[in-house]
Write a protein that binds this ligand. Structure first.
Ligand SMILES: Nc1ncnc2c1ncn2[C@@H]1O[C@H](COP(=O)(O)OP(=O)(O)O)[C@@H](O)[C@H]1O
Ligand SMILES: [Mg+2]
Length: 412
C-alpha cells in the first residue's frame, strides 16, 4: 500500500429515504478520485445503521442484493485514531475460532468524503460525529448542514438577509393535532390557494404535494406529518421555472457554477422523485461515471439555463451570498424558483450535499470531476487545520492540588 496516498473514507448509504441516491453519488465521486493522490475506502452505512467496508462496496452491482453484500463486506466500528485520523476496525466475529483465524481488518482514514443525502448524513449529525472523532470531512459544517436541512429555518435566514422567498407558514405536529381547522384557515387566509406542502427536513420531493382546495390542503398536511414533525406550507409559484446553481469553496472564497434548469415531466406539478432519479438518462450529462444508474446527473435539464447575462449573473451572486450566509464549505447547490410572469427569483432550498456532487454543473464551468473532488478534500483539510490551530483546551489542570483551593465556592 502506498503510504504517500491520502486515505479517503467514502461514506455512502445512510439511514435516510435517499439511501440509494447516496450510493450513486458517492460511487461517482469515488470513481472520480485522482488515484495518484487518493485511496478510496468505502464506508457503507446500511439501512439498519451498521457500517461496512470492503472493496466490493466500490461497485454499484454489490448493492443490488443485500444478502450477497453482507457476505462480501466487513462490519466495522469507528474509533478516534489520533490527530486527524479516524480508525475503522473490523467488528470481531462472535466465535473465538473465527477471531483467531485472521488479523482484524483496519484502516486509518485521513479524510471523510461524506456522500450521504438527507437524514442524519446531511443534517449535521454525521458532521458532528466527524468533529467529535477529530477527522476532517468534506462539505459544510454542523451549523450550515443543520440549518440547510430545515426548509423553514433556511427561508427565515434568507428573509433576514433580504433574499426573496415565497410567503410561507410553518406548522408543528403538536399544535396541528388540536387546531386543524384553525390552522387550515390561517394558511388559506394568509397565503391563498394553490399551496405547496412539504415536510421541512426531507428531500427528493418526498412527502411534497400541491393543494388547490382546503380538503387537498388538509390531506397534504396530514401526509407531510408522516415524514416530519414540522411542515412548511408555501405559496405556489404558478408559472414556474426552476434554476439551480452550485457553489464551490469556503465562506471566504466561493465560486458559482453555470446555472441549470431542470425540466419536470409533463404530467407532474412538481419535480418528482421519479423525475430526479428514475428517468432514462439523456446525452447532455456526459454519461455515467460508474457504469450504473446516474442519480441526479440523469435528470432532464438545460445547461446552461437560457437566461440573459444580467439575470444569470444576479442568480450566481445570490447563490454565493447564500453559501456564505449558511457558512457552507465544499460543494453546495442552491435552488431558485423564477416566476416566469413577473421575473421574480426566489430562494427555494439549499442542498449541502447535492446529488452527484453537481459534477455535471462543474464540468461545463471548467472544473473536471477529479479536480472538483480534489478541491473539496483540500477545503476539508484546510478547515480542519485552521480549527485545530485555535485554543480548544487549557494546559492548566484546574483539578490539580495547587489550583483546587482557588475553586472553592465556584459552580459545582
Ligand atoms: N413554492 C413552490 N411553488 C411551486 N412549485 C414548488 C414550490 N416549492 C417546491 N416546488 C416544486 O417541488 C419540487 C420539490 O421541492 P423542494 O423544495 O425543492 O424540495 P426537495 O428537497 O424535495 O427537492 C421543486 O423542485 C418544485 O418543482
Ligand atoms: Mg429541491
Amino acid at each position: 500500500m502506498d503510504s504517500s496516498l491520502c486515505t479517503v473514507g467514502v461514506v455512502l448509504g445512510g439511514v435516510a429515504p435517499e439511501h440509494e441516491v447516496s450510493i450513486i453519488s458517492a460511487l461517482q465521486a469515488a470513481a472520480a478520485l485522482d488515484r495518484e493522490r487518493y485511496r478510496p475506502v468505502p464506508l457503507y452505512v446500511a439501512k439498519d445503521g451498521t457500517w461496512y467496508t470492503g472493496d466490493a462496496l466500490l461497485e454499484v452491482d454489490t448493492y443490488r442484493d443485500m444478502d450477497r453484500l453482507r457476505e462480501q463486506a466487513t462490519p466495522v466500528a469507528l474509533h478516534p485514531g489520533g490527530y486527524g485520523t479516524l480508525r475503522v476496525v473490523e467488528v470481531p466475529p462472535e466465535s473465538r475460532w473465527q477471531r483467531m483465524r485472521h488479523a482484524p481488518l483496519r484502516h486509518d482514514i485521513d479524510v471523510m468524503l461524506l456522500g450521504l443525502h438527507g437524514g442524519p448524513g446531511e443534517d449535521g449529525s454525521m458532521q458532528g460525529l466527524c468533529e467529535t472523532m477529530g477527522v476532517p470531512y468534506t462539505g459544510s459544517g454542523v451549523l450550515g448542514s443543520a440549518i440547510g436541512m430545515d426548509k423553514g429555518l433556511s427561508k427565515q435566514l434568507c428573509q433576514q438577509a433580504d433574499i426573496p422567498v415565497v410567503d410561507f407558514v410553518v406548522l408543528r405536529d403538536g399544535t396541528w393535532a388540536h387546531h386543524e381547522e384553525e390552522q387550515l384557515t390561517r394558511c388559506i387566509d394568509t397565503l391563498g390557494l394553490p399551496l405547496i406542502v412539504k415536510p421541512t427536513r426531507c428531500g427528493s420531493s418526498i412527502g411534497i404535494a400541491r393543494a388547490d382546495t382546503r380538503a387537498e390542503l388538509n390531506a397534504a398536511i396530514e401526509d407531510a406529518f408522516r415524514y416530519d414533525s414540522k411542515v412548511i406550507v408555501e405559496e405556489a409559484v404558478s408559472d414556474l421555472r426552476e434554476i439551480n446553481c452550485s457553489v464551490l469553496g469556503t465562506p471566504t472564497d466561493a465560486t458559482p457554477s453555470v446555472l441549470e434548469e431542470p425540466v419536470p415531466s409533463a404530467e407532474e406539478d412538481v419535480l418528482s422523485f421519479q423525475d430526479k432519479y428514475m428517468r432514462e438518462s439523456d446525452s447532455n450529462t456526459g454519461g455515467s461515471k460508474t457504469g450504473g444508474p446516474e442519480g441526479m446527473a440523469a435528470l432532464d435539464r438545460i445547461i446552461p439555463a437560457e437566461l440573459d447575462d444580467a439575470t444569470a449573473a444576479s442568480i450566481q451572486e445570490m447563490a454565493v451570498q447564500i453559501f456564505q450566509l449558511f457558512e457552507c464549505a465544499g460543494i453546495a447547490r442552491i435552488d431558485f424558483m423564477m416566476d416566469r410572469t413577473t421575473g421574480t427569483v426566489y430562494f427555494n432550498e439549499i442542498n449541502t450535499i447535492p446529488g452527484s456532487f453537481s459534477f455535471y454543473l462543474w464540468e461545463p464551468s471548467g472544473i473536471p470531476f477529479d479536480e472538483l473532488m480534489h478541491r473539496t478534500i483540500q477545503a476539508a483539510q484546510q478547515r480542519f487545520t485552521a480549527d485545530r490551530g485555535r485554543i480548544r483546551t487549557y494546559d492548566v489542570n484546574l483539578l490539580s492540588e495547587r489550583s483546587l483551593s482557588g475553586l472553592k465556592g465556584s459552580k459545582s
